[in-house]
Design a binder for this molecule. Structure first.
Ligand SMILES: [Zn+2]
Ligand SMILES: [Zn+2]
Length: 255
């Protein structure tokens, strides 16, 4: 599987784009502002979007992409997520006030958007991939996705602070790669606790729960603080058996 990084920043600034990854050119993993780097032709190749949660930095690009391709689309794009995430999007975004309801455009019979409800901790076949949402611990319902195809598997995390269940599942059903957030340095541990994000220390503590070594790709670092966060994290993570790298602008991972 080819996972292409379209955006991996925890915020917006010149040259930085928020969370969005493209799986094999067909499936979007979150749809932050990174989606804006795709051509119209690439947008039209997208079959489905897996949303980890409904926060703006993970959905803004998808909402605007639908408007860009609404006249060209022949088949609907499937927005897939557990019910709590879909409810938030339907109630607060695609409600004709913030943005149109694309599940009724151009008409209800042949819309450009449809929804697929995924059950937490259950595997669903989505366009050739086995997808399992795993609940995390964030200020709103947020999920990691364990994604498997042809005996290869990785896990893509939504925003979270310290959590347990996902590690228990990944110890039973291992993956080779994790894409996971690291939002704050330890200096901002109170803010991280309130907003339910990882700091370098809390992520290290959680990664110690993962018994099988993995390649860990770090993302969602706060703009302007990237060097400090990563330096602190690498200095503290020496005892862990995992390999680490930082998701950089526009790079591709084979998993
Ligand atoms: Zn976020
Ligand atoms: Zn969030």
């Amino acid at each position: 599987m080819k996972v292409h990084n379209l955006g991996c920043s925890g915020g917006l600034a010149e040259g930085l784009f928020t969370t969005s990854f493209l799986l094999d050119g067909r499936i979007l993993l979150d749809g932050g502002t990174g989606v804006g780097s795709l051509s119209l032709a690439q947008m039209n190749q997208i079959e489905a979007v897996l949303l980890t949660h409904a926060h703006m930095d993970h959905i803004a690009g998808v909402a605007m992409m639908l408007a860009s391709i609404s006249e060209q689309r022949e088949k609907p794009i499937t927005l897939a997520a557990p019910k709590a995430v879909l409810n938030a999007i339907q109630s607060h975004i695609f409600n004709w006030e913030i943005w149109p309801d694309f599940s009724k455009i151009p008409n209800e019979q042949t819309p450009i958007l449809d929804y697929l409800e995924l059950k937490p901790q259950q595997t669903t076949e989505l366009n050739g991939y086995s997808v399992m949402p795993l609940p995390l611990s964030h200020t709103v319902p947020s999920f990691a996705y364990r994604i498997e195809q042809c005996d290869q598997a990785f896990c893509f995390f939504g925003d979270t602070g310290p959590t347990d269940l996902v590690w228990q599942v990944l110890n039973q059903q291992p993956v080779s790669d994790l894409f996971i957030e690291l939002s704050y340095s330890q200096e901002f541990d109170e803010l991280a606790a309130i907003s339910k994000h990882y700091t370098s220390q809390t992520l290290i503590e959680d990664l110690a729960k993962l018994e099988i070594p993995a390649k860990v790709h770090l993302m969602h670092l706060k703009p302007g603080a990237e060097d400090r966060i990563i330096e602190e994290f690498l200095a503290r993570s020496q005892s862990l058996p995992h390999q680490f790298d930082l998701c950089q602008k526009i790079n591709t991972f084979m998993v």
